[in-house]
Design a protein around this ligand. Sequence first.
Ligand SMILES: Nc1ncnc2c1ncn2[C@@H]1O[C@H](COP(=O)(O)OP(=O)(O)O)[C@@H](O)[C@H]1O
Ligand SMILES: [Mg+2]
Length: 374
Amino acid sequence: MTATQAPEAAVRSADEAVFSVRNLWKVFGPKADRVPGGEHAALPPAELREATGCTAAVRDVSFDVRKGEVFVVMGLSGSGKSTLVRCLTRLIEPTSGTLAIDGEDVLAMDRSRLRELRRHRAAMVFQHFGLLPHRTVVDNVAYGLEIQGLSKSERRAKAAELVAKVGLAGMEDRRPSQLSGGQQQRVGLARALAVDPSVLLFDEPFSALDPLIRREMQDEVVRLHREEGRTMVFITHDLSEALRLGTRIALMRDGGIVQLGTPEEIVGSPADDYVREFVRDVPREQVLTVATAMRPALAGESERGPAVRPDATVAEAIEAVSRSGDPAARVMDAGRLVGVVDRACLLDVVAGTAEPAVTAPAPDAPDGPREVTA
Ligand SMILES: Nc1ncnc2c1ncn2[C@@H]1O[C@H](COP(=O)(O)OP(=O)(O)O)[C@@H](O)[C@H]1O
Ligand SMILES: [Mg+2]
Protein backbone atom coordinates (compact mmCIF):
# COMPACT_ATOMS: atom_id res chain seq x y z
CA MET A 1 0.00 0.00 0.00
CA THR A 2 1.45 3.34 -0.98
CA ALA A 3 0.61 6.72 0.44
CA THR A 4 -0.61 7.98 -2.94
CA GLN A 5 -3.61 5.63 -3.07
CA ALA A 6 -6.98 7.05 -2.14
CA PRO A 7 -8.52 5.86 1.14
CA GLU A 8 -11.35 4.36 -0.94
CA ALA A 9 -8.84 2.10 -2.68
CA ALA A 10 -7.33 1.21 0.67
CA VAL A 11 -10.69 0.01 1.95
CA ARG A 12 -11.36 -1.98 -1.20
CA SER A 13 -8.00 -3.71 -1.15
CA ALA A 14 -8.57 -4.99 2.36
CA ASP A 15 -8.19 -8.72 2.65
CA GLU A 16 -11.91 -9.43 2.29
CA ALA A 17 -13.19 -12.14 0.00
CA VAL A 18 -15.92 -11.36 -2.52
CA PHE A 19 -16.03 -14.94 -3.77
CA SER A 20 -14.94 -17.75 -1.52
CA VAL A 21 -14.57 -21.07 -3.31
CA ARG A 22 -13.65 -24.35 -1.60
CA ASN A 23 -13.09 -27.79 -3.11
CA LEU A 24 -15.27 -26.95 -6.07
CA TRP A 25 -15.87 -29.68 -8.69
CA LYS A 26 -17.78 -29.68 -11.93
CA VAL A 27 -17.94 -33.08 -13.53
CA PHE A 28 -19.76 -33.67 -16.82
CA GLY A 29 -20.97 -37.15 -17.63
CA PRO A 30 -22.89 -40.10 -16.19
CA LYS A 31 -23.10 -40.35 -12.39
CA ALA A 32 -20.96 -37.24 -12.20
CA ASP A 33 -21.53 -36.79 -8.47
CA ARG A 34 -19.71 -40.01 -7.72
CA VAL A 35 -16.41 -38.71 -9.07
CA PRO A 36 -15.42 -36.11 -6.42
CA GLY A 37 -14.04 -37.95 -3.43
CA GLY A 38 -14.48 -41.30 -5.20
CA GLU A 39 -11.89 -43.87 -6.22
CA HIS A 40 -11.37 -42.26 -9.63
CA ALA A 41 -11.05 -38.68 -8.39
CA ALA A 42 -7.29 -38.46 -8.86
CA LEU A 43 -7.15 -39.95 -12.36
CA PRO A 44 -5.74 -37.90 -15.23
CA PRO A 45 -8.42 -36.72 -17.74
CA ALA A 46 -8.08 -39.51 -20.32
CA GLU A 47 -8.11 -42.26 -17.71
CA LEU A 48 -11.04 -40.69 -15.88
CA ARG A 49 -12.99 -40.65 -19.13
CA GLU A 50 -12.00 -44.25 -19.81
CA ALA A 51 -13.05 -45.42 -16.34
CA THR A 52 -16.22 -43.38 -15.85
CA GLY A 53 -17.17 -41.63 -19.09
CA CYS A 54 -16.84 -38.34 -17.22
CA THR A 55 -14.88 -35.12 -17.70
CA ALA A 56 -13.78 -33.19 -14.62
CA ALA A 57 -13.93 -29.68 -16.10
CA VAL A 58 -13.27 -28.17 -12.66
CA ARG A 59 -11.37 -30.32 -10.25
CA ASP A 60 -11.18 -29.62 -6.53
CA VAL A 61 -10.51 -25.92 -6.86
CA SER A 62 -10.20 -23.56 -3.87
CA PHE A 63 -9.52 -19.83 -3.88
CA ASP A 64 -10.76 -16.44 -2.71
CA VAL A 65 -11.38 -13.49 -4.98
CA ARG A 66 -10.38 -10.56 -2.80
CA LYS A 67 -12.25 -7.30 -2.76
CA GLY A 68 -10.75 -4.83 -5.24
CA GLU A 69 -8.49 -7.21 -7.11
CA VAL A 70 -8.39 -8.33 -10.72
CA PHE A 71 -8.40 -12.10 -10.32
CA VAL A 72 -7.25 -13.65 -13.56
CA VAL A 73 -7.98 -17.26 -14.46
CA MET A 74 -5.57 -18.34 -17.15
CA GLY A 75 -5.07 -21.61 -18.95
CA LEU A 76 -5.06 -23.25 -22.34
CA SER A 77 -8.28 -23.95 -24.17
CA GLY A 78 -10.20 -26.74 -22.44
CA SER A 79 -8.52 -26.26 -19.06
CA GLY A 80 -11.85 -25.41 -17.39
CA LYS A 81 -11.86 -21.61 -17.25
CA SER A 82 -15.33 -21.00 -18.66
CA THR A 83 -16.85 -23.77 -16.58
CA LEU A 84 -15.27 -22.32 -13.46
CA VAL A 85 -16.49 -18.77 -14.03
CA ARG A 86 -20.01 -20.01 -14.89
CA CYS A 87 -20.09 -22.01 -11.69
CA LEU A 88 -19.58 -18.77 -9.73
CA THR A 89 -23.12 -17.60 -10.52
CA ARG A 90 -24.47 -21.12 -11.10
CA LEU A 91 -24.98 -20.63 -14.82
CA ILE A 92 -23.42 -24.07 -14.54
CA GLU A 93 -24.40 -26.05 -11.45
CA PRO A 94 -21.30 -27.21 -9.51
CA THR A 95 -21.11 -30.94 -8.76
CA SER A 96 -19.69 -30.48 -5.26
CA GLY A 97 -17.85 -28.05 -3.04
CA THR A 98 -18.79 -24.78 -1.40
CA LEU A 99 -19.21 -21.33 -2.87
CA ALA A 100 -20.00 -18.00 -1.23
CA ILE A 101 -20.34 -14.38 -2.38
CA ASP A 102 -19.84 -11.71 0.31
CA GLY A 103 -20.26 -14.50 2.85
CA GLU A 104 -23.60 -15.67 1.43
CA ASP A 105 -23.91 -19.31 0.36
CA VAL A 106 -24.49 -19.25 -3.40
CA LEU A 107 -25.46 -22.93 -3.51
CA ALA A 108 -28.36 -22.24 -1.12
CA MET A 109 -29.83 -19.39 -3.20
CA ASP A 110 -33.33 -19.82 -4.63
CA ARG A 111 -34.19 -18.74 -8.17
CA SER A 112 -35.06 -15.15 -7.43
CA ARG A 113 -31.97 -14.68 -5.30
CA LEU A 114 -29.87 -16.15 -8.12
CA ARG A 115 -31.44 -13.79 -10.62
CA GLU A 116 -30.57 -10.93 -8.31
CA LEU A 117 -27.02 -12.24 -8.05
CA ARG A 118 -26.54 -12.40 -11.82
CA ARG A 119 -28.21 -9.07 -12.53
CA HIS A 120 -26.79 -6.88 -9.83
CA ARG A 121 -23.95 -8.47 -7.93
CA ALA A 122 -21.87 -10.38 -10.46
CA ALA A 123 -22.34 -9.02 -13.97
CA MET A 124 -20.88 -11.08 -16.77
CA VAL A 125 -19.13 -9.64 -19.82
CA PHE A 126 -19.00 -12.22 -22.62
CA GLN A 127 -16.93 -12.37 -25.77
CA HIS A 128 -20.08 -11.68 -27.80
CA PHE A 129 -21.89 -8.94 -26.02
CA GLY A 130 -25.27 -9.70 -27.47
CA LEU A 131 -26.21 -6.07 -27.93
CA LEU A 132 -29.77 -5.34 -28.98
CA PRO A 133 -29.38 -4.42 -32.67
CA HIS A 134 -32.34 -2.08 -32.94
CA ARG A 135 -31.48 -0.06 -29.90
CA THR A 136 -29.07 2.84 -29.82
CA VAL A 137 -25.85 2.75 -27.80
CA VAL A 138 -27.35 4.70 -24.94
CA ASP A 139 -30.51 2.55 -24.90
CA ASN A 140 -28.46 -0.63 -24.90
CA VAL A 141 -26.65 0.64 -21.82
CA ALA A 142 -29.88 1.87 -20.22
CA TYR A 143 -31.43 -1.57 -20.72
CA GLY A 144 -29.85 -2.91 -17.56
CA LEU A 145 -31.34 -0.03 -15.62
CA GLU A 146 -34.94 -0.66 -16.68
CA ILE A 147 -35.32 -3.49 -14.24
CA GLN A 148 -34.15 -1.21 -11.46
CA GLY A 149 -37.22 0.99 -11.63
CA LEU A 150 -35.47 4.26 -12.56
CA SER A 151 -37.43 6.82 -14.58
CA LYS A 152 -36.69 7.11 -18.28
CA SER A 153 -34.79 10.39 -17.93
CA GLU A 154 -32.77 9.05 -15.00
CA ARG A 155 -31.88 5.97 -17.01
CA ARG A 156 -30.76 7.96 -20.02
CA ALA A 157 -28.68 10.33 -17.90
CA LYS A 158 -26.95 7.48 -16.09
CA ALA A 159 -26.42 5.58 -19.35
CA ALA A 160 -24.93 8.63 -21.06
CA GLU A 161 -22.51 8.99 -18.17
CA LEU A 162 -21.40 5.38 -18.58
CA VAL A 163 -21.09 5.70 -22.34
CA ALA A 164 -18.69 8.58 -21.74
CA LYS A 165 -16.83 6.59 -19.10
CA VAL A 166 -15.94 3.87 -21.61
CA GLY A 167 -14.80 6.44 -24.16
CA LEU A 168 -17.83 6.53 -26.47
CA ALA A 169 -19.04 10.10 -25.91
CA GLY A 170 -20.66 11.38 -29.09
CA MET A 171 -21.80 7.92 -30.19
CA GLU A 172 -24.85 7.69 -27.94
CA ASP A 173 -27.34 7.53 -30.78
CA ARG A 174 -25.58 5.04 -33.04
CA ARG A 175 -26.76 1.48 -33.43
CA PRO A 176 -24.44 -1.47 -32.79
CA SER A 177 -24.05 -2.11 -36.55
CA GLN A 178 -22.53 1.37 -36.87
CA LEU A 179 -19.75 0.54 -34.40
CA SER A 180 -16.45 -1.29 -34.74
CA GLY A 181 -15.87 -4.50 -32.81
CA GLY A 182 -13.88 -2.67 -30.15
CA GLN A 183 -16.60 -0.06 -29.77
CA GLN A 184 -19.23 -2.76 -29.38
CA GLN A 185 -17.14 -4.29 -26.61
CA ARG A 186 -17.14 -0.92 -24.87
CA VAL A 187 -20.92 -0.76 -25.04
CA GLY A 188 -21.08 -4.22 -23.49
CA LEU A 189 -18.71 -3.10 -20.78
CA ALA A 190 -20.79 0.02 -20.09
CA ARG A 191 -23.91 -2.12 -19.91
CA ALA A 192 -22.31 -4.42 -17.36
CA LEU A 193 -21.17 -1.41 -15.33
CA ALA A 194 -24.66 0.12 -15.43
CA VAL A 195 -25.97 -2.14 -12.71
CA ASP A 196 -22.98 -1.23 -10.51
CA PRO A 197 -22.15 -4.87 -9.72
CA SER A 198 -19.86 -5.72 -6.83
CA VAL A 199 -17.88 -7.93 -9.19
CA LEU A 200 -17.46 -7.98 -12.97
CA LEU A 201 -16.87 -11.37 -14.60
CA PHE A 202 -15.15 -11.44 -18.00
CA ASP A 203 -14.91 -14.59 -20.09
CA GLU A 204 -12.26 -13.93 -22.75
CA PRO A 205 -14.03 -10.76 -23.86
CA PHE A 206 -11.19 -9.54 -26.06
CA SER A 207 -10.11 -12.76 -27.75
CA ALA A 208 -11.78 -11.96 -31.05
CA LEU A 209 -10.32 -8.46 -31.32
CA ASP A 210 -7.26 -7.60 -33.34
CA PRO A 211 -4.12 -6.99 -31.26
CA LEU A 212 -4.18 -3.18 -31.26
CA ILE A 213 -7.84 -2.91 -30.26
CA ARG A 214 -7.30 -5.67 -27.76
CA ARG A 215 -4.54 -3.72 -26.10
CA GLU A 216 -6.73 -0.65 -26.03
CA MET A 217 -9.46 -2.62 -24.28
CA GLN A 218 -6.96 -3.99 -21.76
CA ASP A 219 -5.89 -0.43 -21.01
CA GLU A 220 -9.57 0.40 -20.55
CA VAL A 221 -9.94 -2.36 -17.98
CA VAL A 222 -6.77 -1.27 -16.18
CA ARG A 223 -8.03 2.32 -16.13
CA LEU A 224 -11.50 1.37 -14.90
CA HIS A 225 -9.97 -0.79 -12.22
CA ARG A 226 -7.62 1.97 -11.12
CA GLU A 227 -10.41 4.57 -11.02
CA GLU A 228 -13.10 2.47 -9.37
CA GLY A 229 -11.25 -0.34 -7.62
CA ARG A 230 -14.00 -2.68 -8.76
CA THR A 231 -13.46 -6.38 -8.19
CA MET A 232 -13.00 -8.30 -11.42
CA VAL A 233 -12.62 -11.93 -12.43
CA PHE A 234 -10.98 -12.06 -15.82
CA ILE A 235 -10.66 -15.22 -17.88
CA THR A 236 -8.01 -15.44 -20.57
CA HIS A 237 -5.85 -17.97 -22.38
CA ASP A 238 -3.35 -15.23 -23.15
CA LEU A 239 -0.38 -15.00 -20.80
CA SER A 240 0.58 -11.43 -21.64
CA GLU A 241 -3.01 -10.33 -21.05
CA ALA A 242 -2.99 -12.17 -17.71
CA LEU A 243 0.26 -10.51 -16.68
CA ARG A 244 -0.94 -7.04 -17.69
CA LEU A 245 -4.28 -7.24 -15.93
CA GLY A 246 -3.92 -9.62 -13.04
CA THR A 247 -3.50 -8.61 -9.42
CA ARG A 248 -3.28 -12.37 -8.95
CA ILE A 249 -3.39 -15.15 -11.49
CA ALA A 250 -4.76 -18.66 -11.10
CA LEU A 251 -3.15 -20.89 -13.70
CA MET A 252 -5.40 -23.83 -14.63
CA ARG A 253 -4.56 -27.16 -16.15
CA ASP A 254 -7.00 -30.05 -16.66
CA GLY A 255 -9.56 -28.44 -14.35
CA GLY A 256 -7.18 -27.84 -11.44
CA ILE A 257 -5.27 -24.76 -10.32
CA VAL A 258 -1.55 -25.47 -10.68
CA GLN A 259 -0.43 -22.13 -9.30
CA LEU A 260 -2.11 -19.12 -7.76
CA GLY A 261 0.00 -16.02 -7.30
CA THR A 262 0.93 -12.53 -8.37
CA PRO A 263 2.33 -12.09 -11.88
CA GLU A 264 5.75 -11.77 -10.25
CA GLU A 265 5.37 -15.03 -8.37
CA ILE A 266 4.17 -16.89 -11.44
CA VAL A 267 7.06 -15.63 -13.57
CA GLY A 268 9.71 -15.44 -10.84
CA SER A 269 8.93 -18.67 -8.96
CA PRO A 270 7.01 -21.09 -11.19
CA ALA A 271 5.46 -23.87 -9.07
CA ASP A 272 6.39 -26.70 -11.43
CA ASP A 273 7.73 -27.55 -14.87
CA TYR A 274 4.36 -26.93 -16.48
CA VAL A 275 4.24 -23.35 -15.23
CA ARG A 276 7.93 -22.88 -16.00
CA GLU A 277 7.30 -23.92 -19.58
CA PHE A 278 4.26 -21.66 -19.74
CA VAL A 279 6.18 -18.53 -18.72
CA ARG A 280 9.46 -19.41 -20.39
CA ASP A 281 9.31 -16.70 -23.03
CA VAL A 282 8.05 -13.91 -20.80
CA PRO A 283 10.49 -11.00 -20.61
CA ARG A 284 11.20 -11.26 -16.88
CA GLU A 285 12.43 -7.70 -16.62
CA GLN A 286 8.98 -6.45 -17.60
CA VAL A 287 7.23 -8.37 -14.85
CA LEU A 288 9.64 -8.58 -11.93
CA THR A 289 9.90 -5.44 -9.86
CA VAL A 290 12.82 -3.62 -8.35
CA ALA A 291 11.73 -4.82 -4.89
CA THR A 292 12.75 -8.38 -5.79
CA ALA A 293 16.27 -7.34 -6.80
CA MET A 294 17.18 -4.71 -4.24
CA ARG A 295 19.51 -4.93 -1.26
CA PRO A 296 19.85 -2.73 1.81
CA ALA A 297 21.71 0.56 1.29
CA LEU A 298 25.22 0.90 2.64
CA ALA A 299 26.52 4.02 4.35
CA GLY A 300 27.09 6.76 1.81
CA GLU A 301 24.80 5.25 -0.79
CA SER A 302 21.88 7.52 -0.01
CA GLU A 303 23.18 10.25 -2.30
CA ARG A 304 24.17 8.42 -5.46
CA GLY A 305 22.26 7.05 -8.39
CA PRO A 306 18.84 7.68 -9.92
CA ALA A 307 15.74 7.15 -7.78
CA VAL A 308 13.30 4.37 -8.66
CA ARG A 309 10.18 3.12 -6.90
CA PRO A 310 10.09 -0.40 -5.42
CA ASP A 311 7.21 -1.31 -7.73
CA ALA A 312 9.03 -0.10 -10.85
CA THR A 313 9.89 -2.94 -13.20
CA VAL A 314 13.45 -4.14 -13.55
CA ALA A 315 13.33 -2.90 -17.15
CA GLU A 316 12.52 0.63 -15.95
CA ALA A 317 15.36 0.53 -13.42
CA ILE A 318 17.83 -0.61 -16.07
CA GLU A 319 16.74 2.28 -18.24
CA ALA A 320 17.28 4.68 -15.33
CA VAL A 321 20.79 3.48 -14.49
CA SER A 322 21.75 3.34 -18.15
CA ARG A 323 20.65 6.94 -18.61
CA SER A 324 22.46 8.19 -15.53
CA GLY A 325 25.55 6.03 -15.92
CA ASP A 326 25.52 5.05 -12.22
CA PRO A 327 26.34 1.50 -11.06
CA ALA A 328 23.19 1.38 -8.94
CA ALA A 329 19.81 3.03 -8.39
CA ARG A 330 18.31 4.19 -5.10
CA VAL A 331 14.97 2.63 -4.29
CA MET A 332 12.70 5.31 -2.84
CA ASP A 333 9.29 4.71 -1.35
CA ALA A 334 7.26 7.78 -0.36
CA GLY A 335 10.44 9.85 -0.10
CA ARG A 336 12.28 7.29 2.02
CA LEU A 337 15.34 5.29 0.93
CA VAL A 338 14.35 1.62 1.23
CA GLY A 339 17.25 0.00 -0.58
CA VAL A 340 19.66 -0.01 -3.47
CA VAL A 341 19.54 -2.01 -6.66
CA ASP A 342 22.79 -2.75 -8.49
CA ARG A 343 23.01 -2.61 -12.24
CA ALA A 344 24.70 -6.01 -12.30
CA CYS A 345 21.88 -7.53 -10.27
CA LEU A 346 19.29 -6.01 -12.60
CA LEU A 347 21.06 -7.55 -15.56
CA ASP A 348 21.12 -10.90 -13.78
CA VAL A 349 17.34 -10.75 -13.57
CA VAL A 350 17.17 -10.23 -17.34
CA ALA A 351 19.56 -13.12 -17.91
CA GLY A 352 17.54 -15.32 -15.55
CA THR A 353 20.57 -16.00 -13.39
CA ALA A 354 19.30 -14.09 -10.36
CA GLU A 355 17.26 -15.77 -7.64
CA PRO A 356 14.19 -13.53 -7.44
CA ALA A 357 12.59 -12.43 -4.19
CA VAL A 358 15.85 -12.68 -2.27
CA THR A 359 15.13 -11.48 1.20
CA ALA A 360 18.23 -9.54 2.11
CA PRO A 361 18.86 -8.99 5.82
CA ALA A 362 17.95 -5.52 7.06
CA PRO A 363 20.89 -3.13 7.32
CA ASP A 364 20.57 -2.94 11.08
CA ALA A 365 20.41 -6.71 11.61
CA PRO A 366 23.38 -8.10 13.57
CA ASP A 367 24.54 -10.12 10.58
CA GLY A 368 23.40 -7.47 8.09
CA PRO A 369 25.57 -6.14 5.31
CA ARG A 370 28.77 -4.37 6.25
CA GLU A 371 30.68 -1.71 4.45
CA VAL A 372 32.71 -3.49 1.83
CA THR A 373 36.34 -2.47 1.66
CA ALA A 374 37.68 -2.95 -1.81
N1 LIG B 1 -21.51 -29.23 -21.33
C1 LIG B 1 -20.40 -29.98 -21.34
N2 LIG B 1 -20.45 -31.31 -21.43
C2 LIG B 1 -19.36 -32.07 -21.43
N3 LIG B 1 -18.11 -31.59 -21.35
C3 LIG B 1 -17.98 -30.26 -21.27
C4 LIG B 1 -19.10 -29.37 -21.26
N4 LIG B 1 -18.65 -28.09 -21.14
C5 LIG B 1 -17.30 -28.18 -21.11
N5 LIG B 1 -16.89 -29.46 -21.17
C6 LIG B 1 -15.50 -29.93 -21.12
O1 LIG B 1 -14.91 -29.40 -19.95
C7 LIG B 1 -13.57 -29.03 -20.19
C8 LIG B 1 -13.38 -27.58 -19.87
O2 LIG B 1 -14.08 -26.78 -20.78
P1 LIG B 1 -14.13 -25.19 -20.66
O3 LIG B 1 -14.54 -24.81 -19.29
O4 LIG B 1 -14.97 -24.68 -21.77
O5 LIG B 1 -12.61 -24.80 -20.89
P2 LIG B 1 -11.95 -23.41 -21.31
O6 LIG B 1 -12.93 -22.32 -21.07
O7 LIG B 1 -10.73 -23.29 -20.44
O8 LIG B 1 -11.56 -23.53 -22.75
C9 LIG B 1 -13.28 -29.38 -21.65
O9 LIG B 1 -12.69 -30.65 -21.68
C10 LIG B 1 -14.67 -29.41 -22.26
O10 LIG B 1 -14.70 -30.27 -23.36
MG1 LIG C 1 -13.68 -20.85 -22.40
